[in-house]
Design a protein around this ligand. Structure first.
Ligand code: HEM
Length: 405
């Protein structure tokens, strides 16, 4: 969504001057070339944990160890508010806005739908859809990768996963796009309303006619000994529907951009398919996309830093993978690196339940793409269009080209 400009706020009295660093996550310097690298520069120029007066004023934890602490210590760092700048929410997004132990009640409803064995059952379909999409693109010798592929496979897969009609594909992609990346604020508000109406219709339909899909699991669930209420159903369904679309498109976009500009890495994967599983984990490490945040629940001290109750702390997940204290030479993509560590899918109680599905889609896409288009590059004269965002960094446009023989 178009960025609202916030004036820097005054530094609160509990923040010492040496921990103040002026950083606006909507516009990290040099983000147009490499967003993750732009964030990484914070390791050189800012304190490990700093306070920025931008976007309402908030802390940023830049090191892997501290990102993990914030993700796992849910008593001190709550998800009841998780957007910066803090936005008025008319309903809770679940399970994200709930802290343990309440969080468990919601999470256990949806987890069965995401288990690896369920994803195994979807794999053949994902491969077939990837083959169809890439098979159609390959003879053209060029594509706009985001629109032609990276936006399509996640939504096709998701619609199957949630037992929704493929005819809803364009509608959902357009809504997610207008809300996450559109430059027109009134269109974004309209899209929010359309999304609300869509979710309401869907809930109604599944209540009347439940099946074995994740939405049906939600509408028929109990919380303890009472039936789930409307607000809870809405919060869960909305996150399930839209939590995985833009994130996956973005991550795939960053990975393909890397391969298009690093032919030697691409060739390595073509020549050594056995490397692909480790390689795609390494590519995920280098290209984390999600920025999340937490609400500090009490006045407290961490590593000598005084936090006040109500302060917000941002945890840019990509920086965990780029921290040289955890990963030596972190900017180098090394497909033979052992024990790849990252926090691209979060950590602690809220770790992404869609992780197996998302990883399988990336893995299959990589396999099929490299089989059909083993060499490709940026289209001559084109430059990828990147987006630095509040919850997500993304690739909005990526023109690719290859030889057709
Ligand atoms: C590349 C793709 C994806 C990435 C990078 C990603 C990343 C994340 C991250 C970082 C979190 C934790 C947020 C936090 O700590 O505040 C999260 C949570 C979540 N994700 Fe994903 N995700 C992806 C795909 C998906 C998919 C495909 C789905 C569903 C179809 C999904 C559904 C969810 C849900 C429901 C939560 C909330 C979990 C909770 O609060 O317990 N995600 N995701």
């Amino acid at each position: 969504m178009q960025k609202t400009i916030y004036e820097p706020v005054p530094v609160p009295s509990h923040v010492p001057p040496e921990l103040v660093f002026d950083f606006d996550f909507f516009t990290p310097p040099d983000a147009a070339d490499d967003i993750q690298l732009a964030w990484k520069k914070l390791h050189e120029v800012a304190p490990d944990i700093f306070w920025t007066p931008r976007n309402g004023g908030h802390w940023v934890a830049t090191r892997g160890e501290d990102i993990r602490e914030v993700q796992t210590n849910y008593r001190r760092y709550s998800q009841r508010v998780m957007t910066i700048p803090a936005a008025a929410q008319t309903f809770r997004i679940l399970p994200a806005n709930a802290d343990p132990p309440e969080h468990e009640d919601y999470r256990k409803i949806i987890i069965p739908a995401f288990l690896p064995k369920v994803v195994d059952g979807l794999e053949a379909g994902i491969r077939e859809n990837a083959r169809e999409l890439i098979g159609e693109i390959a003879p053209r010798g060029a594509c706009e990768f985001i629109e032609d592929f990276a936006r399509q496979l996640p939504i096709i897969t998701f619609l199957k996963f949630a037992d929704l009609p493929q005819g809803d594909r364009k509608l959902l992609v357009d809504l997610a796009d207008a809300i996450m990346h559109g430059s027109d604020e009134s269109r974004a508000a309209e899209a929010q309303q359309e999304m609300t109406d869509y979710v309401a219709r869907l809930i109604e339909q599944r209540r009347r006619n439940p099946g074995g899909d994740v939405i049906s699991m939600v509408v028929t669930a109990n919380i303890g000994d009472r039936p789930i209420n409307d607000e809870e159903v809405f919060g869960l369904v909305r996150l399930i529907l839209f939590g995985g679309l833009d994130t996956l498109t973005s991550l795939v976009g960053f990975i393909w951009r890397f391969l298009a500009t690093h032919p030697e890495h691409c060739r390595d994967l073509v020549d050594h398919p056995e490397l692909r599983r480790n390689a795609f984990e390494e590519l995920i490490r280098r290209h984390g996309v999600v920025n999340t945040a937490r609400f500090i629940t009490d006045d407290c001290t961490y590593k000598g830093i005084a936090f006040n109750k109500g302060d917000m702390i941002q945890i840019p997940n990509s920086l965990h993978g780029l921290d040289e204290r955890i990963t030596p030479d972190p900017l180098t993509v090394d497909f033979r690196r052992t024990h790849v560590q990252h926090a691209a899918f979060g950590g602690g109680p809220h770790i992404c339940p869609g992780v197996w599905l998302a990883k399988r889609e990336i893995e299959v896409s990589l396999d099929v793409w490299l089989d059909l288009i083993p060499e490709f590059s940026l289209a001559p004269g084109s430059a990828p269009l990147l987006h630095a965002g509040a919850s997500n960094n993304g690739v909005l446009r990526l023109d690719l080209a290859w030889d057709v023989t």
